[in-house]
Design a protein around this ligand. Structure first.
Ligand code: 4NP
Length: 156
């Protein structure tokens, strides 16, 4: 594990429209509330590129907005090789994300890679894909992301 403090983090999910944009917004707001956001690089990406250039999912934007967080300036992008040297930490939401991220890891990679709940709270819990779910699933994902963000911020 990399020693404290970490200066950059990339949140990664499958599509970069539901979970990771919300994680980017929530984590930045947690860092801001703790007075730690200056100089931090917080970004998100998807393992697939199906939605490249798109806004976050409306349901993610709505739940973020409901909690006072604006994620509407984010645009979807795919994970690239440079991310493995640009970021200290690459955080996946579920085991499938982690397997894909590790499979794409270039030989010069320096980033630590781990699952959000494991890195943040030492729990093997996955943040489930809400894409085909209901607004209640997005609310649950938001609560999980908030709890994990508070845990992860202690490393920053
Ligand atoms: P996300 O959710 O990984 O949380 O952004 C998904 C969004 C879109 C798709 C899959 C998951 N998709 O296949 O289009």
């Amino acid at each position: 594990m990399k020693s404290l403090p970490i200066h950059s983090v990339l949140f990664v999910c499958l599509g970069n429209i539901c979970r990771s944009p919300l994680a980017e917004g929530v984590f930045r707001s947690v860092l801001a509330a703790e007075g730690k956001v200056d100089g931090m690089l917080v970004d998100s990406a998807g393992t697939n590129g199906y939605h490249t250039g798109e806004l976050p999912d409306e349901r993610s934007m709505a739940i973020a907005s409901h909690h006072g967080i604006d994620i509407s300036t984010q645009r979807c992008r795919q994970l690239i090789a440079d991310d493995f040297t640009r970021f200290d930490l690459i955080v996946g939401m579920d085991r499938e994300n982690i397997a894909t991220i590790r499979g794409r890891r270039p030989s010069n990679a320096t980033a630590e890679v781990g699952m959000f709940y494991e890195l943040a709270l030492g729990e093997a819990k996955q943040i489930p894909d809400p894409y085909y779910g209901t607004s209640a699933d997005f609310e649950r994902v938001y609560r999980m992301i908030l709890a994990a963000s508070k845990g992860l911020s202690t490393r920053f």
